[in-house]
Ligand binder design. Structure first.
Ligand code: SAM
Length: 347
């Protein structure tokens, strides 16, 4: 029965609410194995055994928001805040470029210090030093005009997880000042401007139900993004959700496979959160259909300060050493890290 649903998902790229729920609920090992196998085949048919690599630069942990799950939330006073200077950011991209990175992801809290002009200046400086690189921004909700200014300065992609597509659930994990409507509007704006857009959500976030997850899948189908970031929720000790359980690796892997079958061409990272809840999480994500990894290129001195959740998989090695080890572990499971921009493929 589940196998038939997996075949139907592969064929029709969509299921009904009840059908999605049946796959999400199943604990039958063979059926889950079949789902993963079909997803892996789909990923191979589009991206082969190439794994795209993005250099992640976490350039500020200041944030004006108070998302209840997040360790860098404004009200967390138990955190040492930092901002990288423009020179430090450019130094990270120069080091990354020499290591073979051709995509950089600039991620940070919603930090008003980084005005539209400052981000425009940083993006255009990176682009003028490395015109063959793609730049992804992940800096939260901004106005249409700011998104357009970043795009005109050379930003190619934007990651903004929608977090949950259910209004009620959204209000349980965010402060009143934030709204799902605004979040989703930002994603539509980014698409209209011409970015390669990424949405996504945490698996197992507090109060999330399977019905909510199905709503996420339907929203993702409607948005039809180029990238989808999903990873397990992991509690942080200085947040209101410190006593909630983390999301599971099994459900996260299941969702990676469902998403790959639903949107075959999508760029799907095997996330740091997955590597945090399971020592082989990154590799397991790839083996069920993920095709992107995002190692950290931030200076070692700040890596541990960007703590969204506890026990973050965070290497103390130099970027070069880390990339070498990553290359090795990915080769070990039969894949290759590629040196290119790693754009969305339209087939
Ligand atoms: N400020 C930007 C934004 O809002 O998109 C980017 C930074 S934000 C911290 C990046 C993502 O981290 C969020 O979209 C959220 O899904 C994830 N995240 C935050 N807290 C987390 C937690 N406790 N466990 C797992 N993921 C978390």
């Amino acid at each position: 029965m589940i196998k038939e649903l997996v075949d139907k998902l592969q064929r029709e790229k969509i299921l009904s609410v009840d059908e999605f729920k049946k796959i999400l609920e199943t604990e039958d090992v063979k059926s889950i194995g079949y789902l993963h196998e079909k997803s892996r085949d789909t990923s191979h048919s589009i991206y082969g055994r190439d794994i795209y690599i993005r250099g992640l630069i976490e350039f500020t942990n200041y944030c004006k928001n108070n998302c209840l799950y997040c360790g860098i939330r404004h009200n967390n006073n138990n955190i040492e805040r930092y901002r990288l200077t423009k020179e430090e950011i450019l130094n990270c991209t120069d080091i990354g470029y020499s290591l073979g990175f051709r995509t950089f992801v600039l991620q940070g809290g919603e930090d008003p210090y980084f005005s539209t002009d400052k981000i425009v200046d940083i993006v255009s400086s990176i682009k003028s030093s490395h015109p063959d690189c793609a730049i992804t921004l992940s800096i939260g909700e901004k106005s249409y005009e700011s998104y357009k200014a970043f795009f005109d300065a050379g930003a190619d992609r934007y990651l903004l997880r929608h977090e949950t597509a259910n209004k009620n659930h959204y209000s349980k994990i965010h402060p009143k000042s934030m709204s799902l409507k605004k979040r989703q509007q930002c994603l539509w704006d980014l698409k209209e401007i011409g970015y390669q857009v990424g949405c996504g959500f945490m698996v197992g976030s507090p109060y999330q139900t399977l019905d909510n997850i199905v709503e996420d899948l339907l929203f993702i189908k409607e948005l039809n993004p180029h990238m989808i970031g999903i990873g397990p929720f992991i509690p942080h000790k200085d947040t209101p959700f410190k006593n909630h359980s983390p999301g599971t690796i099994d459900l996260t892997l299941k969702l990676l496979s469902i998403i790959r079958l639903m949107l075959p061409n999508v760029l799907l990272p095997s996330t740091t959160a997955l590597a945090t809840i399971d020592p082989c999480g990154r590799e397991r994500g790839i083996l069920v259909g993920a095709n992107v990894v995002m190692p950290n290129l931030s200076p070692e001195s700040v890596r541990e300060k960007y703590t969204l959740y506890n026990n973050k998989a965070c290497s103390k090695e130099e970027s070069a050493e880390y990339k070498f080890n990553l290359e090795h572990s990915i080769k070990y499971i039969g894949y290759n890290l590629t040196v290119n921009r790693g754009d969305y493929k339209i087939i």
